[in-house]
Design a protein around this ligand. Structure first.
Ligand SMILES: Cc1cc2nc3c(=O)[nH]c(=O)nc-3n(C[C@H](O)[C@H](O)[C@H](O)COP(=O)(O)OP(=O)(O)OC[C@H]3O[C@@H](n4cnc5c(N)ncnc54)[C@H](O)[C@@H]3O)c2cc1C
Length: 486
C-alpha cells in the first residue's frame, strides 16, 4: 500500500502561524515538505496581538520581516493599574531598535501575519500546501510515518510528522502525550473593535485593569484596531456575554457604539499547559499543540515560532543526512524550559491582575529589592542541548555589518563563527560555516565583549552553541560545529 503513496520528507499538520513558519524554514533548506490543514482559511476569531524581537528575527530569516513590520506597530508597553487608576506595575518597552536588530515588542493583527505567511509560500519550491485536508490518523512505522487524510482520503507517507495542529492536537493524542498543568484555567471574553474615528484618550499604552470584580485588559493595536479582554464570572454564559448589547455594556466606561465598530468577539478558556513529550519517534509537537499559556505576556504564538526556529534546521540536517537522528532529541530538552519560563511568568501576571495588585500580590508576583514596581521582559535561555559552556543557549545579538546590512541577512540560514581580530588568524574554518570578523562587522566585538569571550559559534536559529577565549578553546568549539542546512 505505502509503495504507491505520495512521499515527503516532512509533513506539517496545521497551517496556523507556527506550521506556516516551519514550512518557510524547511522550504529555505529545500526540504520536501507537505503542509495539511483541515480549514481553507485562517482562523477567524481574535487571537495574538503581540510578538517580540526574537520572533521578528525569525520572520527576517524567512525574508518576511519588512512586510510584517509594515503591518505592525512598535509597542510602547503595558501598565497595570488598580480600580482607581493608580499605577501598580510598569512594563515599558524600549523605543529604539535593540540588540536583536529589531524593536523589543510589536503589536499586530494575527490574520495580517497569517496572510503574509501564506501569500509567500508559493515561492518555496519544495513545499506543498493542501487545504481542506483533515488528518484523521498518523502512524509512526519506525522508519517512516503514514498520514490518513479525511478518513477515506489518500494515505501519505512522510519521514517525520510535526503536529502544529493547535491546542486540541490530534498528533499529540496519537503520541499519547499527557499535559503538565500549571493550574490556570479562566474564561475571558475577547473583543476586537475598529475605531470609527481617533480616540486619543484611550492612549497608546496597553492597560491591565487589576480590578478583582472584573479584571480587564486594553490593547492598543495597529491603525484603528483596539482589543479588550474581559474576565468572565462563574455562571456568565458565552451566548449571553457575546451579544453586542452585553459587550457594549461591559465596555461602556471606555468606549461607546458610536465611536467604534464591533469586529469580532469570542470567549476562550485560557490554560497553562505543557505537553510532557514533544517527540515520540518520528512524531513531534510544536506551537499550541505543545504548550498553551494565558495571554498576559503575549507569548503563546511567540513560543511556537521559537519551537519551529529550533526544530527546522535540525530536521533539515537529519533529512539531508548531514546529522544523526540524536540531534532531534535536543528539541524538547532545549525548548521546554524556555517555554515554561514564559508560561509561569504569565500565570504570575494573571494572579496579579486578578488580585487588584495589592502590595502583597505585587511582591508575590515580581519582588524587587528596592520595592519599585517595574518589570522588564524576560529572556530565558534554552535548556540543556547541543551547546556547551556558560553562554550556550543564549541568543546572540544581531549587529550590523560594516555595509549596514544586518548580520543574519549577510550570513543566511547557517551556522556562523564570529571572532575578534586577535583570534582570527587561529581559525581553521570547517566547511559550510560562515566566518564574521571584526572587520566585517565592527559591532561584533561589542557583542563578544559583553560575553567576555573572543569567539562565538552561532547556530542557524541565532542561539549561541558555544564560545571561546583562546586558540585551544576555539579548536574545541569548532570541533562541535554542525554542517549547514542551506
Ligand atoms: C485571546 C488570545 C490572545 C492571544 N494573544 C497572543 C499574543 O499577543 N501573542 C502571542 O504570541 N500569542 C497570543 N495568543 C496565542 C496564539 O494565538 C496561538 O499561540 C497561536 O495561534 C498558535 O498557533 P499554532 O500555529 O500553534 O496553532 P493554530 O493557530 O491553532 O493552528 C492550528 C491549525 O491546525 C489545524 N488543524 C488542527 N487539527 C487538524 C487536523 N487534524 N488536520 C489538519 N489540520 C488541523 C487548524 O485548522 C489550524 O489551522 C493569543 C491567543 C488568544 C486566544
Amino acid at each position: 500500500m505505502t509503495e504507491e503513496c505520495e512521499t515527503f520528507d516532512v509533513a506539517i499538520i496545521g497551517y496556523g502561524p507556527v506550521g506556516a513558519t516551519l514550512g518557510h524554514l524547511l522550504g529555505l533548506c529545500g526540504v520536501k515538505t507537505l503542509i495539511l490543514d483541515r480549514e481553507t482559511e485562517p482562523y477567524p476569531l481574535p487571537r495574538a496581538v503581540h510578538f517580540d524581537d526574537e520572533v521578528m528575527r525569525v520572520f527576517q530569516a524567512i525574508g518576511l520581516a519588512e512586510e510584517v513590520a509594515a503591518k505592525s506597530r512598535v509597542n510602547i508597553g503595558m501598565r497595570f493599574v488598580d480600580p482607581t487608576g493608580k499605577l501598580l506595575l510598569d512594563w515599558p518597552r524600549p523605543q529604539q531598535v535593540g540588540r536583536q536588530g529589531w524593536h523589543a515588542s510589536y503589536r499586530f493583527h494575527q490574520p495580517d501575519l497569517e496572510a503574509i505567511l501564506r501569500r509567500a509560500m508559493p515561492s518555496r519550491d519544495s513545499v506543498t500546501v493542501r487545504l481542506g485536508c483533515e488528518v484523521t490518523e498518523v502512524i509512526d512505522h519506525g522508519n517512516h510515518c503514514t498520514i490518513q487524510v479525511n478518513d477515506n482520503g489518500p494515505v501519505i507517507r512522510a519521514g517525520y510528522v510535526i503536529g502544529c495542529d493547535g491546542a486540541r492536537s490530534m498528533v499529540r493524542q496519537s503520541m499519547a502525550s499527557d499535559m503538565l498543568d500549571y493550574g490556570f484555567h479562566e474564561r475571558w471574553l475577547v473583543v476586537d473593535l475598529l475605531l470609527n474615528h481617533p480616540k486619543p484618550e484611550l492612549g497608546d499604552w496597553s492597560i491591565q485593569h487589576c480590578d478583582p470584580d472584573r479584571p480587564t485588559t486594553y490593547v492598543r493595536g495597529p491603525e484603528n484596531r483596539r482589543r479588550w479582554e474581559i474576565s468572565l464570572k462563574q455562571g456568565e454564559n458565552t451566548e449571553q456575554m457575546t451579544t453586542p448589547a452585553e459587550i457594549w455594556r461591559l465596555l461602556a466606561k471606555w468606549i461607546t457604539p458610536d465611536e467604534a465598530t464591533l469586529e469580532r468577539a469570542a470567549v476562550y478558556t485560557f490554560h497553562a499547559l505543557i505537553a510532557k513529550d514533544w517527540r515520540r519517534g518520528r512524531l513531534f509537537l510544536a506551537g499550541d499543540a505543545a504548550h498553551q499559556t494565558p495571554p498576559f505576556m503575549g507569548q503563546g504564538m511567540c513560543a511556537g515560532i521559537r519551537d519551529v526556529a529550533n526544530l527546522a534546521w535540525k530536521l533539515a540536517l537529519v533529512v539531508q543526512g548531514k546529522a544523526g537522528e540524536g540531534l532531534l532529541d535536543s528539541y524538547q530538552s532545549e525548548r521546554m524550559l524556555n517555554a515554561e519560563a514564559y508560561i509561569t511568568t504569565a500565570v504570575r501576571l494573571g494572579g496579579l491582575i486578578n488580585t487588584a495588585g495589592t502590595r502583597a500580590a505585587l511582591e508575590a508576583a515580581f519582588p524587587t529589592p528596592d520595592g519599585s514596581a517595574r518589570m522588564e521582559s524576560i529572556a530565558p535561555p534554552l535548556g540543556a542541548g547541543i551547546g556547551t559552556g556558560n553562554h550556550a543557549g543564549r541568543l546572540f545579538g544581531q549587529p550590523r555589518m560594516s555595509n549596514g546590512d544586518l548580520l543574519d541577512n549577510a550570513c543566511g540560514y547557517r551556522s556562523v563563527l564570529v571572532v575578534t581580530d586577535d583570534l582570527v588568524d587561529e581559525v581553521s574554518l570547517p566547511q559550510g560555516l560562515r566566518l564574521i570578523t571584526q572587520k566585517d562587522a565592527p559591532d561584533v566585538a561589542q557583542e563578544l565583549t559583553l560575553l567576555g569571550v573572543k569567539a562565538a559559534l552561532i547556530r542557524p536559529d541565532a542561539y549561541i552553541q558555544g564560545t571561546a577565549t583562546d586558540k585551544e578553546s576555539l579548536d574545541a568549539l569548532l570541533a562541535t560545529a554542525l554542517p549547514s542546512p542551506t
